[in-house]
Design a protein around this ligand. Structure first.
Ligand SMILES: NC(=O)c1ccc[n+]([C@@H]2O[C@H](COP(=O)([O-])OP(=O)(O)OC[C@H]3O[C@@H](n4cnc5c(N)ncnc54)[C@H](OP(=O)(O)O)[C@@H]3O)[C@@H](O)[C@H]2O)c1
Length: 278
């Protein structure tokens, strides 16, 4: 099997490294291309057998799966570049939320999937969001979900849910890290507990809480019931959070959705411009 990664920046290299570490892919399967050659060359040096190729065409031609790991505005150029070497037997996977499956199906003959990964996959965990185009067959889904399950928990969603689901699974690690940082800074400021101790305690707590909420049989409501006994310290703390956080998550969702709409419109213009040049 030949698997291509076009774009080996942050996410492209994270996916490659996770697939290699999990044993799901052998370096010999992987063909990687990147605009600035050094990033792909660096991967080839670290993982003997992995091929850093000098063009996207070389990566895409004959690959069973092609991961497009570039930013949305880079799509029109890359699609125009590789379209001639693609055929209907290949699967193209987009990892970015604003690029719509319909846009891709209109440009290239391949089977299209959108799989939104998360930084958590570098710890072989977290949910990957799987969205399938019309040409994807049951065996293609099986192949993709087998591959993704080596580094994550694949969750199939509808394309209309992409933004909100990505907010939680892909942006979520940054949001939660920010909350932890704020909490640890306040702890250090108010009590003198060392910042790095607060972070360590918080990180272990998040790890354990995640386990309880996944394999541990707890729901968020049950977890709160078990920890926040009436009249206790935790219950008082939850009352503060309830009062202060009420509007925060609505504002967060409104903001990410507004930014997403802006990105969609820029992308639309970019696809239209590219079509005009072809
Ligand atoms: N970061 C996350 O947690 C996350 C999670 C889910 C999805 N995503 C999505 O993943 C996508 C990539 O994000 P990223 O963080 O990996 O960005 P990134 O670090 O900027 O990587 C993008 C890579 O694409 C390369 N590239 C650009 N144009 C190219 C071309 N024509 N041919 C070949 N390679 C090209 C760039 O090369 P250069 O070295 O020349 O710049 C760069 O290495 C984004 O759309 C993002 O929305 C990210």
């Amino acid at each position: 099997m030949k698997v291509a990664f076009i774009g080996t920046g942050s996410m492209g290299s994270l996916l490659i490294e996770a697939f290699l570490r999990s044993g799901a892919l052998h370096p010999h399967f992987i063909y990687a291309s990147n605009r600035s050659r050094e990033k792909a060359d660096g991967l080839a040096k670290r993982y003997p057998g992995l091929r850093a190729v000098s063009s996207n065409v070389e990566a895409a031609a004959g690959s069973q799966i092609i991961f497009l790991c570039v930013r949305p505005l880079d799509y029109p150029l890359i699609l125009a570049e590789i379209a001639d070497v693609l055929d209907e037997s290949q699967i193209v996977v987009s990892i970015t939320s604003p690029v719509q499956i319909e846009m891709l199906e209109g440009r290239i003959p391949c089977k299209i999937a959108k799989i939104i990964p998360s930084i958590t996959h570098s710890a072989l965990s977290g949910a990957s969001l799987c969205i399938y185009g019309q040409r994807i067959l049951p065996e293609d889904r099986l192949l993709l979900e087998q591959l993704m399950s080596s580094i994550s928990e694949p969750v199939v969603i509808d394309e209309s849910e992409t933004r909100i689901a990505s907010d939680i699974s892909s942006c979520g690690p940054a949001f939660i890290a920010f909350i932890l940082q704020e909490w640890a800074e306040a702890a250090a400021r108010h009590t003198g507990l060392e910042y790095h101790h607060a972070i360590r305690l918080g990180a272990e707590m998040l790890h354990g809480t995640g386990k309880l909420l996944t394999g541990g049989g707890f729901s968020p409501e049950e977890l709160q019931r078990r920890v926040a006994v009436p009249g206790g310290v935790t219950a008082e703390g939850i009352a503060v959070l309830r009062a202060r956080l009420q509007h925060v998550f609505s504002a967060l969702i409104e903001t990410t959705h507004r930014k997403f709409e802006e990105d969609l419109s820029k992308l639309d213009q970019s696809f239209t411009k590219q079509a005009g040049q072809v």
